[in-house]
Ligand binder design. Sequence first.
Ligand code: PEP
Ligand code: MG
Length: 898
Amino acid sequence: KPRVYNFGDKKADGNREMKNLLGGKGANLAEMSSIGIPVPPGFTITTEVCTEYNQLGEEVAMGFIRDEIEAAIANIESIMGTKFGDKENPLLISVRSGARVSMPGMMDTVLNLGLNDDAVLGIAKQTNNERFAWDSYRRFIQMYGGVVLGMKPESKEDIDPFEEIMEALKHKRNIELDTEFTIQDLKDLVYDFKEAVKKRTGKNFPSNPWDQLTGAIIAVFNSWNGDRAVYYRKMHGYPSDWGTAVNVQAMVYGNMGSDSGTGVCFTRDAATGENTFNGEYLIDAQGEDVVAGVRTPQQITKTGSQRWAELAQVEEDDRIKYYPSLEELMPEIFKELNQYQEILEKHYRDMQDMEFTIQQGKLWILQTRNGKRTGAAMVKIAMDLLKERMINEKEALLLIEPNKLDELLHPVFDPKALKKAHAIAQGLPASPGAATGKIVFFADEADKYKSSILVRIETSPEDLEGMNIARGILTARGGMTSHAAVVARGMGKCCVSGAGALRIDYKTRTLTVDGHKYQEGDWISLNGSTGNIFEGKVATMEPELSGEFAEIMDLAQKFTKMQVRTNADTPKDAKVARNFGAQGIGLTRTEHMFFEVDRIKAMREMILADTVKGRKEALKELLPMQRSDFEGIFEAMEGLPVTIRLLDPPLHEFVPHQLETQRALAEDMHITLQEVKNKVAELEEFNPMLGHRGCRLGITYPEITEMQARAIIEAALNLKEKGIEAKPEIMIPLIGTMAEFESQEAVIRATANQVFEERNDSIEYLVGTMMEIPRATLMADLIAEKADFFSFGTNDLTQMTFGYSRDDASKFLPIYLEKGILKDDPFEVLDQEGVGQLVKIGTERGRSVKTNLKVGICGEHGGEPSSVEFCYNTGMNYVSCSPFRVPIARVAAAQAAI
Ligand code: PEP
Ligand code: MG
């Protein structure tokens, strides 16, 4: 089996199906080459070699591929008519990483590899451009030094060691721009760079191209386990054993003069989803220049350029001068590019994000991939592609990444507040949404405030974690395809980029606009949909869910086979969830109702009461409150089933732990402070989560169960009188034995019968149980004889199966994830392997005695897409999740059924 796959000259060894082996980039390069797109020739080293490298070490892994690499380089040489390391006509190559999914900015790239003191002369002769040759050489040493030899800035206030040398030379020569360097300056820089390498690493800069190549390949392999990559994987839940491929490709140059250039383009708008070809380019520049945001790029299309000119208030007459579009500047190249973008989108049947380079009038396509997009764009593009008949309904649904829908459910600026808001500057609408927060200037300080806005001149991959924490991102430099913009869109985070009017000073931690100074900690607000930047805190409001979002939800409804309910404790939550399409309530946690000020008092009196009589008196006060809560919830759900769970948490959570409140309670109850203190001490537990909670409360204090059952049944009867149907499903928490269930069921049924008698009326109701203790899942066949339904409480089930305390796991879980001991946080993503077995066993055993047993899930996992899929495969009737996750679960459930 080959370890190296060639592509180029309209041929390729691989194809797009081979993403796991060749990485996304490698598979796409092969595919593009074979459908006739002009990609620079090259080869891909498989992800398996990365794994071999990690397991067997450098010697062995490199030994495996040595011959294949030599042959592959020879192949490129023959296509390009150049020679690796040649003095006359050298081949220069790029070395890039490429995992099976795109990880923007995560992995390192080396360009211009193959340059040395000989090859630089060849390039100079070949291009007839000595300046270009030496500039490429110094860029190469800089990049290779940083990426392969580890010569990065030492702290965040430091600058790149190579930049430092350049700055010193600029100072000495009294110049400002890189372009002002003379050829001799560039030669001096190369010399100084090499000296710096020697000083810092103790070794000479490698001059043999084959050594350079080996070093770069190893660096790519190593970058797979670099901090950034590990963080990104963790954030997205990608396993570490995937490995990365290495793509080696002939260099083509966008910086060979005014007939050269480079750019990035999207077949549709990645922010809004609109079907307009768009992108950015720079004349006489290398690819990194566009993405790094050092120079602000120009728009590819004329309409794009017009939009920019308008934002900058530049007259149409001056537009071409300040904002020349590729369409106008190089119409032939634009035509060709436009053709390829159409071919590629049709071929891949999804929005494409492409990179291209124009080398002395010849267009090369460097890369295409399914473009990252905002949640809004994702929904629009899926529906548009469907309407354009490029894809079918199922494919449209599968284009939805359920978690990204979340972005659409979040606030936008309140138009009224927006009218009054004071706009201080305008940037590019890089990633939509509304964000408001306090200014921070460094990514690692994003958590300094509860809501922060990360303000940077430009961002780099090191800033990823902070970008994720911040509410929004604002940059002074960089276009719509700058690092900040691309990453923000991927995260669905509001971002305004390229706000040129901002003067950012990291040293004094200030932001100056139009002479007005803002300090770290000052509030600002960003509108990522328009690029507006406002002073202060602008009020936000809930978004409207219509149009394509509603269409996607309809599609989900069409294909789904499993219901989605919601976890809701109040009529308000229930209504929100109904709007999102919830088909019932899977869990009402009644305890949450007791925490309100006027109720907690009655609750505390109940807990502190020493006699059954005293408890009953306190419960009598609580009864009408509970009843009216339930009425509200039943009413909001309009006849849909509502699962109400009996009191679950340990009682100590309700009693006061502070002296002040203890004193007040003692006064209220006409008892001594000491008596209150004694009671509180009595309720203290070593392991409250495994202590006196759940059905254990109802069994020790049946009058609580009685009161709750009465409140539920009376509420349902009251609604019936009003002509509203209510379908209560009463749920007993935390049972582990059959007898526990029977004991509580008896109380509930007796109470219900008594209420029916009193009212001379009745309703239908169910009595079921949580499945959240491992023993219960094992005894499910016995329990199902009596229980009307099961609802898996995977929060507790995970806690008890792993033996990880829900309340304490945050102390060690992050370390477990970091060390790869766990792939995911099991409280977030259901552990299908382990906990999942108990879910399966419980379901199967339950249904073995009651074929139609209603089974659902109400733990946090009910709204997590991979867990939803598992629930579907297990045969559950429904999943239940928090209101804002309902749309996510609905799409995930539909996808599972496709
Ligand atoms: C559960 O344990 O999964 C559950 C839903 O109940 P709670 O989170 O209230 O313990
Ligand atoms: Mg529980």
